[in-house]
Design a protein around this ligand. Structure first.
Ligand code: AHG
Ligand code: MN
Ligand code: MN
Ligand code: MN
Length: 336
């Protein structure tokens, strides 16, 4: 008999369908929505892989609502996801980092999901060939809603699914539908995401911290005191933490999810709410980390309990191993 693990591959679609079958009311709509997200990820992966060869590196010579210089790949990825999501017939509202306002899908194509997404995360790293990614969060329309902005200005704890796809040495899609976290690796030969990391659990603690120390002079006292406590531990028995910072949230979170430790983008004197956007960066990553047994906070509030006031609202974020994040929260309580 052949080795079953090689001829019994579990694709993302098969895995989600199997999981969904456990819910009587499942209609397969989420599976179809995820198929359109997979298509977007495969397209972006193929563009990122050959960007330098097809003149896709560099700037698009436009500024987005964030005030950022947009890269060509930001524009391409954004258009791809909008078209893939709209044509799925499962989406009512889309929120993209690259689009000023929420996009309401026309009636004939409107479905029951709201998708928030960062089409290309870490795009400042693109020209250097460093890992970048796509991040997405999924809400269901509120009962009897005809699709209004209030359907997406809800706390992250109302999300029904979240995920990211990292375009790196391999293409990894990490997904939660509220029942744990699973990782899938793209097999380019057959164009399928294959289950490679079932039931990911984040270590309860690890000696790794991930933050842009270039902002340290702008941090508040609680933040400074926390990072000093892990860089210059008072207890002689405790060794200092290692620093790891890639500057692409997707890559920094993927490492944190697998190896543990803490990732942070704190508020500071320059940006009083930090830099990362609540709906399509903080919430999806917070849901994934919590579902893997970790913790995610603004420093003072559970991240998933934040109520966004604007689709591009920002928030400070500390997330990762439960014990490490709890320790950081103690400093915010002490200095409050
Ligand atoms: P994006 O490329 O989608 O605009 O996001 C960039 C974000 C995030 O990926 C990363 O964690 C952060 O910017 C890095 O910011 P700094 O360069 O200020 O550290
Ligand atoms: Mn950006
Ligand atoms: Mn981003
Ligand atoms: Mn982006």
């Amino acid at each position: 008999m052949s080795d079953h693990t090689k001829t019994n591959i579990v694709t993302l679609t098969r895995h989600v369908l199997t999981e969904q079958y456990q819910h009587q009311e499942a209609t397969g709509d989420l599976t179809l929505l995820l198929t359109s997200i997979q298509l977007g990820c495969k397209f972006v992966e193929s563009c990122v892989r050959k960007a330098a060869l097809i003149y896709l590196t560099g700037l698009a010579h436009q500024t987005n609502v964030q005030g950022e210089d947009v890269k060509k790949l930001d524009v391409l990825a954004n258009e791809m996801f909008i078209n893939a999501l709209k044509s799925s017939g499962k989406v009512a509202i889309m929120v993209s980092e690259e689009v000023d306002n929420a996009i309401f899908v026309e009636d004939e194509l409107r479905g029951k999901y709201c998708v928030t997404f960062d089409p290309l995360d870490g795009s400042s790293n693109i020209d250097a060939g460093v890992n970048v990614g796509t991040i997405f969060g999924i809400y269901q329309l509120r009962d009897s809603s005809k699709a209004e902005i209030a359907d997406v200005l809800r706390p992250g704890n109302k999300m029904v699914a979240a995920g990211y796809c990292m375009y790196g040495s391999s293409c990894n899609l990490i997904l939660t539908t509220g029942n744990g976290v699973n990782g899938y690796t793209l097999d380019p030969a057959i164009g399928e995401f294959i289950l490679t990391h079932p039931n990911i659990r984040i270590p309860p603690r690890a000696k790794i911290y991930s933050v842009n120390e270039g902002n340290a002079m702008y941090w508040d006292d609680a933040c400074k005191a926390y990072f000093d406590s892990i860089k210059f531990p008072k207890d002689p028995a405790r060794k200092p933490y290692s620093a790891r910072y890639i500057g692409s949230m997707v890559a920094d979170i993927h490492r944190t999810l697998l190896y543990g430790g803490i990732f942070a983008y704190p508020a500071d004197k320059k940006s009083k709410n930090g830099k990362l956007r609540v709906l399509y960066e903080c919430f999806p990553m917070a849901m994934i980390v919590e579902q893997a047994g970790g913790r995610a906070t603004t420093g003072k509030t559970r991240m998933l309990d934040v109520v966004p006031t604007d689709i591009h609202a920002r928030a400070p974020i500390f997330l990762g191993s439960e014990e490490d994040v709890k320790e950081a929260e103690e400093f915010f309580q002490k200095y409050d």
